[in-house]
Design a protein around this ligand. Structure first.
Ligand SMILES: Cc1cc2nc3c(=O)[nH]c(=O)nc-3n(C[C@H](O)[C@H](O)[C@H](O)COP(=O)(O)OP(=O)(O)OC[C@H]3O[C@@H](n4cnc5c(N)ncnc54)[C@H](O)[C@@H]3O)c2cc1C
Length: 442
């Protein structure tokens, strides 16, 4: 700190998902208090993210979360491959054992477990320093601001109770409230440019001994126009996550689930019948690629899924969410500690939106097209990405460097601190680089 009074005293965060909790944790580590408002009475338990590429792992390491994530994760994730569903043929494989001893390797953990650990860190008196005030059953319904403050209107109370209404003020407000963000809607209404894909995405936790019997492990992207998706080992005790897109539109969820045995018979090794596997939990989603016109309007900012979403192929959503709030935290911290002017918050909004549009959106669409729209019989020869992987597979060191290199979706906002600091002198600024690491964050 420069010894002067900080320019703001509190940040109000809407949403206790991964982005909201991580932002609060980073702020607390620099003595910045926050209030986190969560609509539900609990942390999210739906089946969504399970893998987070190297750029996200670096964020988890900086946040001090990584040892607990690793302890909760499976010990090894040997490979990622792409298979043709029609005959089960493995087309290309990335040998992840080249990075198995690297601290920054990909993280594998169900989102529900991840946010429980983040919550524990926020509540820990040493890690959260008593500076994070998380309030469940607080549903934000509207936002407002003037020159000095931002605020939210909140419905407080459990679902079946009569609600109490309150207005909560802070210096800044950050919408981390996910894809159906009330904060985003308060700023932009229904306007959220992008597209919704013509499919229903069906996600389930599956126990099936046929995976091991048929020699499957790690992550298996499935290429097929009707049965595309990802099948991956995700937890202890033989837990696998099976996700597929059903390209039929307009059915009810019951109708989609009635088609599930047909999809799983085609996709799982050994073509099993339903009595040969056990499904523990299922969630269905529509999937989108969308980005808001601006991540900042005055004192109100947007981050993560509240600002942008992408289809899940390649695991870009939560990874980008974590990179957004890592960057936003650095901007708030620099401003709070007198190392940067308020303008750095505008820089956050511009840079992270550019990165989403230029890299995350484009790559996640490529990943989706690879498994859904490409010809499974010719994709190996036609897809440049597979050519790069085949080349890298000839040289373990080159593959390792490729898997761990700084990605163009990472960005160090400390390079915008305008007062000289020890960090700046050391030259921590990294790149906003263009590269070919395309889908390996997958
Ligand atoms: C099937 C599927 C698989 C995925 N797999 C991956 C993957 O492997 N890797 C990856 O990186 N990403 C993946 N993603 C994306 C990832 O899950 C999201 O990007 C990530 O959860 C976004 O985090 P968030 O904090 O922005 O939003 P959310 O996780 O949606 O959290 C938002 C929080 O805000 C709360 N909230 C909402 N409205 C209000 C309100 N009005 N008031 C108060 N609180 C509110 C919600 O209850 C919720 O707790 C996947 C997504 C799906 C659907």
């Amino acid at each position: 700190m420069s010894g002067q009074k900080p320019p703001f005293s509190k940040v109000l965060i809407v949403g206790a998902g991964p982005s909201g909790l991580l932002l609060a944790l980073f702020l607390a580590q620099h003595d910045i208090p926050s209030i986190v408002l969560e609509a539900w009475p609990w942390l999210d338990t739906r089946l969504r993210a399970t893998q987070y590429g190297v750029p996200a792992t670096r964020v988890f390491r900086r946040a001090g979360l990584l040892p607990d994530f690793r302890a909760a994760s499976i010990p090894k994730f040997p490979a990622i491959c792409w298979r043709r569903v029609a005959d089960g043929e493995k087309l290309v494989e990335i040998d992840m054992s080249v990075v198995q001893d690297e601290e920054d390797r990909m993280t594998v953990l169900q989102l529900g477990q991840m946010i429980q650990i983040m919550y524990r860190h926020c509540m820990d008196p040493e890690k959260g320093k008593g500076l994070i005030d998380i309030r469940f059953n607080h549903r934000v319904t509207a936002t407002g601001q003037d020159e000095e403050k931002a605020w939210v209107d909140v419905d407080i109370g459990k679902e079946d109770e009569e609600k109490r209404h309150e207005r909560i003020h802070a210096d800044y407000l950050v919408g981390c409230d996910g894809a159906s963000s009330a904060v985003r809607r308060s700023l932009f209404g229904k306007e959220w440019p992008g597209q919704t894909w013509d499919c229903r995405f069906v996600v389930q936790n599956v126990y099936y001994d046929g995976f091991e019997k048929h020699g499957w492990d790690g992550g298996n992207y499935c290429i097929d126009p009707e049965h595309w998706g990802l099948i991956a080992r995700r937890g202890h005790g033989g837990l696998w996550r099976v996700t597929y897109g059903d390209p039929t539109v307009g059915l009810t969820d019951e109708e989609y689930l009635a088609r599930r045995p047909w999809h799983l018979k085609a996709m799982l090794p050994g073509s099993p019948e339903p009595d040969q596997y056990r499904i523990e939990q299922t969630n269905l989603y529509n999937i989108h690629n969308r980005c808001v016109d601006s991540f900042k309007v005055g004192r109100i900012l947007l981050a993560a899924d509240a600002a942008h979403v992408c289809n899940p192929m390649g695991g870009y959503g939560c990874m980008t969410a974590c990179l957004d709030v890592d960057g936003l935290a650095d901007c708030f911290i620099g401003y709070y500690e007198g190392k940067a002017s308020e303008k750095i918050l505008d820089t956050y909004a511009e840079v992270r939106r550019d990165i989403f549009l230029k890299y995350v959106d484009a790559r996640s669409v490529k990943n989706l097209n690879r498994v859904w729209k490409s010809n499974p019989w010719t994709v190996l020869e036609e897809d440049k990405f597979f050519g790069i992987i085949q080349e890298l597979n000839k040289d373990r060191q080159a593959l390792k460097d490729f898997l761990l290199k700084i990605s163009s979706i990472e960005y160090d906002f400390k390079q915008h601190y305008d007062i000289s600091t020890p960090e700046k002198a050391k030259g921590t600024a990294n790149s906003h680089r263009n590269g070919v690491e395309v889908a390996v964050e997958a």
